[in-house]
Design a binder for this molecule. Structure first.
Ligand SMILES: *[C@@H]1O[C@H](CO)[C@@H](O)[C@H](O)[C@H]1NC(C)=O
Ligand SMILES: *[C@@H]1O[C@H](CO)[C@@H](O)[C@H](O)[C@H]1NC(C)=O
Ligand SMILES: *[C@@H]1O[C@H](CO)[C@@H](O)[C@H](O)[C@H]1NC(C)=O
Ligand SMILES: *[C@@H]1O[C@H](CO)[C@@H](O)[C@H](O)[C@H]1NC(C)=O
Ligand SMILES: *[C@@H]1O[C@H](CO)[C@@H](O)[C@H](O)[C@H]1NC(C)=O
Ligand SMILES: *[C@@H]1O[C@H](CO)[C@@H](O)[C@H](O)[C@H]1NC(C)=O
Length: 399
């Protein structure tokens, strides 16, 4: 009997020991792997070694980048990891090589197939984009290069990106793709207002993504939600300059997925070309698609060219061939407590598809006035079903 108790205790203690070993956390400092913070030496090999050791650690692992400026070539940090939690802490500045070395790669820093990944540290990601921007505006040219996005999360579950700065990307700043349960908090994103194709945060084919307290000043969309973006919450984002918060563009290619359940609350737009925009291509070749269940609430606009816009005839390059009405069905969209000023003549533009009129577009307490001027903004509305409540300036419910 005593022997048995002794054995049971032994087994119990062994189990506790194993559990604790599993929980042991370890820091993998890139400097111990030969990283040099002189701003010119490529550190990709050192960073990859640190990542691989961290990823294979049987516990909680953290890749640590201390203060200093580290040049880093295009790189992918891959899982799945043995570590049950991965941290990537950037205290220093990461610098991309200048043009043209990263052209025709789709990302500068990629994270792929990782569960429980946190990127943080208060550091800066500098894409050194200025030398590439003159080459970014060539969408129609077959030799137009792919633009590298500063950070891509591809197939990341339970991720977090917080307290980081992204400046001057070559392409977009952040892209979340094929991922679930990702939070982005307190990001500071900046690039000049005229830098082409520098989207702030782009989300596609992902579920349950939250963005809070971001400051986004860039040359393209602040936040863009494209095919397959679902259950997105955006709260406390300040946007400008840039092209605003966009759903779409949708309906260009077959195989696109619905976009559903989006909440945008307590956000400010300053000097942006759009505020809240839903855009679908004019030349809609794709199968029917739904964009539905959006709430835009408590939004302040300062000098925004198109504060509220649904554009189902989106065609930025002109000469879209095959101009049929869009087959994207937009429904259940609420705009509530939207205030401030517009800088064009039109405050509310709802240009829906003749083929698929917008359904259940609700407007509650809209107060948009001309920037710095008197009089009223206009509204434009076609193929819209829905209702208006409370204040409506400009009046946008007709009939
Ligand atoms: C995002 O926010 C929504 C609403 O507040 C919440 O239900 C959801 O769990 C959050 N998701 C994540 C990944 O934080
Ligand atoms: C997300 O959206 C889908 C439908 O688009 C829904 O079925 C699901 O319950 C939502 N919530 C979460 C947390 O995934
Ligand atoms: C709304 O967002 C701003 C940041 O843009 C923040 O300071 C403020 O506290 C938020 N309001 C609420 C009610 O959380
Ligand atoms: C918008 O920007 C201008 C100038 O940069 C500034 O004066 C103004 O206070 C800002 N408005 C808001 C709402 O942040
Ligand atoms: C209209 O949209 C609102 C908000 O999305 C939703 O609660 C309501 O059920 C919808 N009404 C109809 C008739 O579909
Ligand atoms: C609205 O959409 C139609 C196509 O459906 C297009 O011809 C028209 O130019 C659009 N109006 C505006 C103001 O964009």
């Amino acid at each position: 009997m005593e022997d048995m108790i002794r054995w049971m205790l032994l087994i119990l203690f062994s189990l506790i020991f194993i559990a604790e070993a599993r929980l042991e956390s370890k820091i993998f400092n890139v400097k111990s792997y030969g990283a040099v913070a002189n701003g010119n030496t490529d550190n990709s090999v050192a960073f990859l070694k640190a990542w691989n050791d961290a990823c294979n650690w049987n516990g909680k692992a953290q890749v640590f980048i201390p203060k200093g400026t580290y040049m880093l070539n295009s790189i992918v940090f891959k899982g799945p990891c043995k570590a049950f939690r991965m941290g990537f802490v950037i205290k220093g500045i990461l610098k991309a090589p200048p043009y043209p070395s990263l052209f025709n790669t789709d990302k500068w820093i990629g994270f792929l197939y990782v569960n429980k990944l946190t990127l943080s540290g208060g550091g800066t990601l500098d894409g050194q984009g200025a030398s590439s921007w003159p080459h970014n505006n060539c969408n129609k040219d077959p030799h137009c290069p792919t633009l590298p996005i500063t950070v891509r999360f591809d197939f990341i579950n339970n991720g977090k990106i917080h307290d980081l700065k992204s400046i001057n990307p070559k392409g977009g700043h952040f892209m979340i793709f094929g991922s679930e349960n990702v939070k982005l908090e307190r990001l500071k994103i900046s690039a000049p207002g005229d830098s082409p194709n520098t989207d702030g945060i782009k989300i596609g084919e992902s579920n349950n993504i939250n963005i809070t307290s971001a400051t986004i000043a860039t040359g393209d969309d602040c936040i863009a939600m494209i095919s397959g973006a679902k259950n997105i919450t955006i709260f406390g984002v300040h946007c400008g300059p840039g092209h605003g918060i966009s759903v779409g563009s949708l309906g260009k290619n077959d195989g696109e997925k619905d976009v559903q359940n989006i909440v945008v609350k307590n956000c400010t737009f300053n000097g942006t070309s759009n505020g809240l925009r839903i855009k679908t291509w004019a030349a809609s070749l794709s199968k029917p698609l739904r964009a539905s269940n959006f709430l835009f609430q408590d939004i302040f606009m300062d000098k925004v060219f198109s504060p509220i816009i649904i554009d189902q005839a989106y065609c930025p390059s002109h000469g879209c061939s095959n101009q049929v009405a869009s087959s994207v069905q937009i429904s259940d969209v609420t705009y509530k407590n939207i205030k401030g000023s517009g800088s064009s003549e039109i405050g509310v533009e709802l240009n829906c598809s003749k083929r698929k009129p917008c359904q259940n577009i609700t407007r509650v307490d809209i107060n948009l006035r001309p920037y710095g001027g008197k009089g009223q903004l206009k509204s434009l509305s076609s193929f819209v079903n829905g209702a208006c409540y409370g204040q409506q300036i400009p009046p946008s419910c007709v009939g």
